[in-house]
Write a protein that binds this ligand. Sequence first.
Ligand SMILES: Cc1ncc(COP(=O)(O)O)c(C=O)c1O
Length: 384
Amino acid sequence: MKLPTKLIHSGIRPDPVTGAIVPPLYQTATYVLEEVGRDKGFDYTRSSNPTRQVLEENLAAVEGGEGEAFGVCYASGMSAVDGCMKLLSAGDHVVCSDDVYGGVSRHFDRVLARYGLEFSYVDTSEPQKVAAAVRPNTKMIWVETPTNPLLKITDLGAVAKIAKDAGVYFGVDSTFATPVFLRPLEWGADLVMHSTTKYLSGHNQLIGGAVVTNRREIYDELKFIQKTIGAVPGPFDCWLALLGMKTLHLRMRCHAESAQKIAEFLHRHAKVARVIYPGLPSHPQHETARRQMSGFSGMISFELKGGIEAGAALMNGVKLCGLAESLGAVESMITHPATMTHADVPAAERRARGLSDGLVRLSVGIEDVDDILADLAAALDRVK
Ligand SMILES: Cc1ncc(COP(=O)(O)O)c(C=O)c1O
């Protein structure tokens, strides 16, 4: 089956009672047993829920390619990251991309470090730096590609080899790419993680997360941790995410086509100092992105010549694009990473990572691209 067909049909069967084509929303906490020791496959929604199970099967089919894969859904992208880290024990070390979403490094450095996990941040777009950072106690390599917000691309095949040689887990946060453009399991990852809050659900209606693995023993452990900790999504959020999945391929095509046009417009604009978009030949890992991804997705980061004042004037000046934290939805959203998504990354560390205060991040929506371009052009005209 091709991907669009999988997105619409995988995991979904007509309801056996009514024939409903849309999986029913099982908004229930518990299930009545037929007799002691005999249930119908469900006992308590923290452990499993039929609506969540459909979403998990759908995600597994979509991310897993031809092979067997298993999905686990979470209450948020952050709890999905946390679920992966709970595969580890005190004293274990993680090599992590240096430009991860600020909430991820905050979780690693300010929460998990207190429980004895160790983290090293390296530019994973240079695989030799990943290899050099592996220590005897390393148990996981954690890569975000493209990264948030500098859109760095990691060569997943090269890093998978390093992980395999070292005998460590290889996890990929693929939130920005989506399975429409990149399937990390096919490049050798053990775990692929999504904030389903973003493109997968796509309509700014829910907070959710997911992990897909092609290794049964990892899945069993993740399920055990999930049911023990209970960071599970509500059934209604799973139901909404499933609706989002059905149109993912159409939305992603539109996000990417519009982002390419907008990146080229910004690249030509006299007031713009630099544009970061994996689809531009000027992107340092453009060739890796072309080889590894089937599209460049909908995120653009850029900097204006007027620095932070000009960036702020632009972000305050747009009318169609919403000044908002999130990304990956039908609405275009513009963000100031230094004060919004990455505010908790200390200023010195932000600078060391190359994340300047003047950086603007744009999540290109699926409005008519001419309207988004007109909004940006008008706001740029007003920038001094
Ligand atoms: C790349 C990436 N990973 C993880 C997360 C966390 O996801 P959530 O906000 O659903 O917890 C985000 C949120 O912005 C993100 O951008």
